[in-house]
Ligand binder design. Sequence first.
Ligand code: GDP
Ligand code: MG
Length: 177
Amino acid sequence: YGSSSQKTDYVFKVVLIGDSAVGKSQILSRFSRNEFSLDSKATIGVEFQTRTMVIQHKSVKAQIWDTAGQERYRAVTSAYYRGAVGAMLVYDITKRPTFDHIPRWLEELRAHADKNIVIILIGNKSDLEDQRAVPTEDAKEFAEKEGLFFLETSALEATNVEEAFVTVLTEIFNIVN
Ligand code: GDP
Ligand code: MG
């Protein structure tokens, strides 16, 4: 999964941000190792995971950074954002406050990250449709207004996780080429 002896043409740093427990670490685990855990502990230690993908015949190494329990407002340091060319802004479709905090995360991101950073808004836990608290239309409208990509994902069911990363990485790839 992602292992390759090929040379790497590009390394793209992508950061995961959003409130605690929205599923950032599980999205990363699904993408980098194709694994999911229902009782994931709060993230400790590991700064980032990588996976290499081929985009338009080039080898692109995605270096995905996960917050280590720094989800409180303003606790994420500028070092976390440094050099990031992509960002995944994650909320939980079953928890309205996690969506209501998105403008705040976006403000943080825009204050600390490169102005050309590619951003995707992600509504995670789409498998919990019966507990939905954020209509897809609300998020879509917000994303359009702010110029963000948007997808709903399920790390549990592996729905749209790959697509979310491919969307961000391809857009970054197109910007640098
Ligand atoms: P983080 O704090 O944002 O890193 O969130 P975690 O990745 O640790 O996930 C928090 C909780 O939500 C864990 O119990 C996960 O198993 C669960 N979770 C994560 N993604 C999904 C998903 O897509 N669907 C469901 N049903 N649960 C999820
Ligand atoms: Mg985590």
